[in-house]
Write a new protein. Structure first.
Length: 419
């Protein structure tokens, strides 16, 4: 277990670079199972979720070679196993996205219910219903879902809700199904577009990814391809809030502001000053933040993953803001920790909170509840007066590369300790 100690209240300044997107890399890696020959992926972030995904791939039989930092070659020809290691699957929600490619290539896959951040119930019925529609049979035995098919056949799929990994799984299964699949009510995240682009480079025929309706013409075989992971829009958004709260001027490099349009509009409304170019954002400490309500939504709406840092921002706004989390019912659990530090936030129900600001924060001993909330508490520690100790940093390591080092480089007083 790792712990951060932070001495807060010191102004940050300088440049911070954004790494490759966790939630894209976690889908591109399983996609290589569909390729008949080797694939190379660059800009893969060095985070523990990726290490777990690589371990699962190796356990299945894949050969993975590091070419240089962030760049790996994947040879999935030797893969024979179709049962996903339960200990590894339980560490990682994204282990679900192995179902689609394994089912498409081997006609069978067995997987335990996946783990990941405890932010809500997180069912996988959308994935399973879609596989059934594509012609698979599903049984549950010994805590495993066993999915088998004689042949996947293209069909029309309308999920009951917008699901990111659901859309990605269906795309990968349908890429090698017989005939045409139409998915309506799709997720539109940049990770979906990046995955479709990669699959198309492998020879798939996937159209309109990034829109609510995706059309896939199944192919008999896919071949190897190379790709580069897009930059992490959630890391970018988090650093913008870090800059607005703690930095005189923070230059956020290697980012894609066009993946964050709604978020950028909303934080500008809240009084955050930014300057953007096509791959860089400069943010300045905001002295007069205005209260502003948000409702989280599927992309391109306000991202649920930036809800926690935004709530922290609103603790410094002059007035009352309503935070409405519509995607997950367990994503306001960090609020008690912010209140311990001096915030004035009322949790109305599992989906809504009212933030009254501005409130100065003071350093405390706190515990990170999940990746995004943990990152929020780190920013709270950096802006708070005095010393904070944040436990359970292992959860933050799942999503942010080399974080303490990057924060030190912009002036943060932060130390990491193994306990
Ligand atoms: N849902 C169902 N049935 C399903 C799948 C989802 O009812 O079969 C519901 C969920 O309970 C939730 C909503 O649909 O209420 C959306 O869930 P979604 O499936 O889109 O979430 P996910 O694919 O499991 C991904 C990201 C999350 C991110 C969400 C929402 C990955 C690996 N994870 O999760 O990222 O919060 O989309 O954008 O891509 C993170 O990075 O910290 C993280 C949690």
């Amino acid at each position: 277990m790792y712990q951060y100690t932070i001495i807060g209240g010191h102004e940050l300044k300088g440049e911070i670079s954004v790494y490759g997107d966790k939630n894209t890399a976690l889908k591109l890696i399983p996609a290589t199972i569909l390729a008949a020959n080797k694939c190379t992926i660059s800009n893969i972030p060095d985070i523990t979720d990726i290490t777990t995904m690589m371990e699962i791939m190796k356990d299945l039989g894949a050969k993975i070679k590091k070419i240089k930092t962030g760049q790996f070659e994947f040879d999935t020809k030797p893969v024979r196993k179709t049962t996903i290691n339960p200990l590894l699957a339980r560490k990682l929600r994204a282990s679900t996205v192995l179902m689609g490619p394994l089912l498409a290539r081997f006609k069978k896959v067995s997987i335990p219910h996946p783990g990941g951040c405890v932010i809500g119930k997180r069912p996988i019925d959308i994935h399973l219903d879609a596989f059934k529609k594509l012609g698979a049979k599903i049984s549950i035995k010994d805590s495993y879902y066993h999915i088998v098919t004689k042949n996947l056949k293209g069909t029309k799929i309308i999920p009951h809700s917008i699901s990111v990994t659901g859309t990605e799984n269906i795309m990968m299964a349908a890429a090698m199904a017989q005939g045409k699949t139409t998915i309506e009510y799709c997720a539109c995240e940049p990770s979906i577009v990046a995955l479709a682009d990669f699959l198309n480079q492998m020879g798939a025929d996937i159209r309109q990814a990034g829109s609510p309706k995706i059309i896939i013409n199944g192919q008999k075989q896919l071949h190897g391809a190379n790709t580069t992971v897009i930059s992490d829009r959630l890391e970018t958004g988090t650093f913008i809030i870090l800059g607005a709260l703690c930095a005189k001027e923070l230059v956020i490099k290697n980012c894609q502001p066009n993946h964050l349009e709604v978020f950028l509009e909303i934080i500008k409304k809240a009084g955050v000053k930014i300057k953007r170019s096509h791959n860089q954002i400069v943010v300045y400490r905001s002295k007069h933040l205005k209260p502003n309500n948000i409702t989280t939504n599927a992309y391109p709406g306000f991202p649920t993953d930036l809800q926690a840092p935004y709530t922290l921002l609103m603790t410094q706004a002059d007035g009352v803001s309503m935070i409405h989390e519509t995607i997950f019912e367990g994503r306001l659990n960090y609020i008690e920790w912010l209140n311990t530090m001096g915030a004035n936030i009322t949790l109305c129900d599992p989906h809504r909170a009212i933030v009254s600001g501005p409130t100065p924060l003071v350093g405390k001993k706190i515990v990170s509840p999940d990746i995004r909330a943990g990152m929020t508490l780190i920013i709270a520690g950096l802006m708070a007066k005095g010393k904070s100790q944040i436990d359970n940093i292992d959860l933050v390591d799942r999503g942010y590369t080399n974080l303490d080092q990057r924060l030190k480089e912009i002036g943060a007083r932060i130390t990491r300790k193994k306990i």
